[in-house]
Design a protein around this ligand. Structure first.
Ligand SMILES: [Zn+2]
Ligand SMILES: [Zn+2]
Length: 93
């Protein structure tokens, strides 16, 4: 099971909502949060046992995977400190 995450940058008001993170019923693949420095976005993408994780928006593989419980990361748009809000009650399978 996983939960939903929102990303919000107070500086430039870039936000991404309802990003899924975590694993489904099977252990692989899992949804992981990432920051893409190619298209400057935050998102979540499927990461499996094989293959290279790619940005779900631009499909570039130069992404930085973030921890499932990450609380903050530099905003990909403006480099200010962005925050993650975890909605643990919002569970998906
Ligand atoms: Zn920003
Ligand atoms: Zn991208």
């Amino acid at each position: 099971m996983g939960h939903k995450v929102d990303f919000l940058c107070r500086a430039c008001h870039y936000e991404e909502r309802d990003l899924g993170v975590g694993c489904g019923r099977r252990p692989q693949p899992c949804l992981r949060l990432f920051r893409c420095d190619n298209c400057h976005s935050i998102g979540s993408t499927w990461v499996g046992a094989g293959g290279v994780p790619r940005c779900s928006l631009c499909y570039h593989d130069a992404i930085t995977l973030l921890a499932d419980d990450v609380m903050g990361v530099a905003c990909p748009k403006c480099a200010a400190a962005g925050i993650f809000a975890h909605h643990r009650e919002d569970v998906w399978e």
